[in-house]
Design a protein around this ligand. Structure first.
Ligand code: 3HC
Ligand code: NAI
Length: 709
């Protein structure tokens, strides 16, 4: 495609219109910035032209730099492009007014382009923002220097450090946008451009604006608050702080020097591990939606009525998801008392959202009215999907699937929320295994954004495609996985939990193990997580799957003792920790229990360092992940990463366990796995895929790319 086509030049009387045509989101791929510069230059040289409008073709203005190009730069395939700043400076230097006409979104380099134009008009539902921080970087084309000149230092720092989208009205009120256009955007922009030209004054250049920075003492205090907030919200990340650093320079330095400093920080961030991880996550979020063999042409079923069986912890949350999406849902329990309890919890959850001002009373009642509590199967014959969320017990699940097989309509999807059990065995309890699938939600199901969608060996493409779309409709991310004990997430989690427990039995304290993993970035340490999920849940899973453990293999001992003591975790006020409300407090009794248990079992207790804790917890995840990948249970390593980030509190800025391993280097990871295998054997047998990639100096990401070909 020629540059001309990427940015089309046309005229409307005395106004030049530059239309960007780089679908789907008009990213600033090579040729687009140059096309804008050439268009502006052409307009500047034409005496018949009085002003210029820059507008996006298709559904949006400009979504920013082409993120795919960043990987090429950091991997050395391409030189960093410093020309974009010069191009924007050329645009800003034009003597005729240049107006950006914004619809959809103006993000990152898109907003930077708009700010290099002299004026900005937008439709009321447009949004602008500097989301670079979500890619582990800062704006690199003047965003940190021009934005504070428009909306003040404090506001600019907050926008850049959060990466949030700013609605058009707020952008207008804060000076980022000059006018909202209610009718046709192009017409409105042309009219505005003509008005500016008619004033006869030189166009207003953002770089020259000096009177909007705000009061220094005030913004300094606000920046401190923003930094503190970032340190909490984005614990372990450097990009939010670097965004504030760069914005803070705007009032201190002449514009061109500010740009230079911005470029330095941008480069530092771009080459950081954090940025590699975050860019991996950006594409990962989109990749998981793509399932080989399933396309637009795969038929989908319509989901207009849902039913959920079991109104316990999970069933209630799942029903809320359907109600939130406007889909009526039947909610079945065995008896009225449990049903009432389940419904009361749902109401309480909604009420707390109302109390936070995030939902109106009216909407809450609407949603409650979509949930129909019942103790019978009446109405199930009309359901398009039935989701089973009864106890984790194979016999019970089979009984329930046998029952629904009798009453569900022919094309109804039969989904199980099992967290570990064999989907094929459950499907075999029906006469329609092609309709059976796992929909593994995460607790709390009304909040956690992930659904592991488990494909049985006979699950039909239609049922898979509908499930993936449905996940999106429920505002979740669906990740398709294969069928095995624990699927992807919980099979890996077992290894992680096992190592955490082994470590304390060998001498690390509970608090130390949790602290190392928390400080590394996990939302919670492994033992605090076990308390949250329920010690009983973990132990029951063990009991149900005990035959999965090879003979003679070491098993964790203390967890079983906690279970026997009724210490189920947060729900009973005590587990690995004691709880004051939801705050964990160390419990000397359990620390002693660990020591006594180790002594009885003949496990020698020793000093264990941070590095060993990190390695054994992290590499046990990676090694199991590699096995899942090789077995085809996980489609791609990035699917595993997204499951861990969205379902298990794994830090996005580490990219997920597999990307974290790539960044550390697979050779190093493999060597340490071998080391632990030599030391302990059993659970540490290296995954053949890990060995193969390590020995060929490759990465999991390269393995994904290779297989996609
Ligand atoms: N670069 C490359 N590809 C991009 C892209 C970008 N900036 N933005 C979106 N895409 C791709 C997506 O990967 C996706 O590709 P696929 O169909 O092959 O999976 C396709 O465009 C459509 O994107 P979405 O599915 O995300 O479409 P939505 O309509 O849901 O969302 C959006 C649109 C809000 C624009 C969203 O895509 C988005 O947030 N994009 C990223 C915006 C961003 O981070 N911009 C800053 C870039 S960094 C920068 O500009 C640096 C500068 O300071 C120099
Ligand atoms: P729960 O014990 O809170 O709720 C199960 C409910 O099912 C109970 O209220 C019970 O009365 C009801 N029930 C049992 N038999 C029934 C029947 N025949 N008809 C109707 N209702 C029946 O259990 P929870 O935690 O909600 O787990 C449910 C399923 O979700 C399990 O398979 C579990 O493995 C899975 N899961 C649990 C997660 C968790 O964190 N709790 C996370 C992800 C999945």
């Amino acid at each position: 495609m020629s540059d001309q086509e990427l940015v089309a030049y046309s005229t409307e009387g005395d106004v030049a219109v530059l239309t960007i045509n780089n679908p789907p989101v008009n990213a600033l791929s090579p040729g687009v910035p140059e096309g804008i510069r050439d268009g502006v230059a052409k307009a500047a040289a034409d005496d018949a032209i009085k002003a210029v409008v820059v507008i996006g073709g298709g559904r949006t203005f400009i979504a920013g730099a082409d993120i795919k190009e960043f990987g090429k730069i950091t991997s050395g395939q391409k030189e960093p492009d410093i020309g974009f700043n010069e191009i924007l400076n050329d645009v800003e230097s034009c003597d005729k007014p240049v107006v950006a006409a914004i619809h959809g979104t103006a993000l990152g380099g898109g907003l930077e382009t708009a700010m290099a134009c002299h004026y900005r008009v937008a439709v009321p539902d447009a949004m602008v923002g500097q989301p670079e921080v979500k890619l582990g970087i800062i704006p690199g084309a003047g965003g940190t220097q021009r934005l504070p000149r428009l909306c003040g230092v404090a506001k600019a720092a907050e926008i850049c450090a959060s990466g949030r989208m700013v609605k058009a009205k707020e952008a207008l009120d804060s000076g980022i946008v000059d006018k909202l256009v209610d009718g046709d955007l192009l017409e409105g922009a042309i009219e505005f451009a003509r008005e500016q030209a008619a004033t006869g004054e030189s166009p207003r250049r953002t770089r020259d604006i000096q009177d909007r920075f705000g009061n220094e003492a005030e913004y300094k205090m606000m920046l401190q608050g923003i930094r503190q907030e970032c340190a909490k919200r984005a614990r372990g990340m450097q990009a939010p702080q670097r965004n504030v650093d760069a914005v803070e320079l705007a009032p201190q330095l002449p514009f061109m020097e500010g740009l230079e400093k911005e470029a330095e920080i941008f480069k530092e961030c771009l080459f950081s591990d954090e940025s590699k991880a975050m860019i991996h996550v950006f594409f990962g979020e989109r990749t998981v939606a793509k399932v080989p063999g399933i396309g637009k042409e795969t038929p989908r079923l319509e989901i207009k009525q849902a039913a959920v069986i079991g109104a316990g912890t999970m069933g209630g949350g799942i029903a809320m998801n359907y109600a939130n999406a406007g889909i009526p849902v039947l909610l079945k329990e065995t008896e009225h008392e449990r049903l009432d309890k389940g419904v009361a919890i749902i109401r309480k959850n909604y009420e707390s959202t109302v109390a936070k001002g995030k939902l109106t009373e009216e909407k809450m009642e609407q949603r409650m009215s979509l949930i129909k509590p019942t103790t019978s199967y009446d109405g199930f014959e009309n359901a398009d999907i039935i989701v089973e969320a009864v106890f984790e017990n194979m016999a019970l699940k089979k009984q329930v699937f046998g029952e629904i097989d009798e009453i569900a309509k022919d094309d109804c999807i039969l989904a199980s929320n099992t967290s570990t059990l064999d989907i094929d065995e459950i499907a075999a309890a029906t006469k329609r295994p092609a309709s059976v699938i796992g929909h593994h939600f995460f607790s709390p199901a009304n909040i956690m954004p992930l659904i592991e969608i488990v494909r049985g060996k006979e699950t039909s493409d239609t049922v898979i495609a509908t499930s993936m779309d449905l996940a999106k409709g429920l505002r979740k991310t669906g990740v398709l996985v294969g069928n095995c004990f624990g699927f992807v997430g919980n099979r890996m989690f077992e290894q992680y939990q096992r190592q955490a427990q082994f470590l304390i039995e060998e001498g690390a304290t509970i608090e130390h193990v949790d602290k190392v993993m928390y400080d590394w970035g996990m939302a919670m340490g492994p033992l605090a997580v076990a308390d949250l999920a329920g010690i009983d849940v973990g132990i029951r899973v063990h009991q149900e799957n005990v035959d999965q453990i090879p003979d003679g293999y070491r098993t964790a001992l203390v967890g079983q003792k906690l279970f026997d003591m009724g210490r189920y975790g947060q729900k009973t006020g005590a587990g690995w920790y004691k709880y004051e409300g939801r705050t964990p407090v160390s419990d000397p009794e359990i620390n002693q229990l660990v020591i006594d248990t180790a002594r009885e079992a003949g496990i020698e207790q020793r000093e264990i360092g941070d590095q060993e804790i990190l390695e054994r917890c992290l590499y046990s995840l990676v090694n199991e992940g590699a096995k899942l990948l090789e077995e085809g249970i996980a489609l791609r390593s990035v699917d595993i990463d997204m499951i861990y980030i969205m379902g298990y509190g794994f830090p996005a800025f580490r990219g997920g366990p597999m990307k974290a391993a790539d960044i550390i280097g697979l050779k190093e990871v493999y060597d340490r796995v071998c080391h632990y295998n030599d030391q302990y054997g059993q659970w540490w047998e290296p995954a053949p895929l890990l060995k193969q990639l390590a020995e060929s100096d490759a990465t999991f990401t390269q393995y994904d790319m290779q297989r996609a070909k």
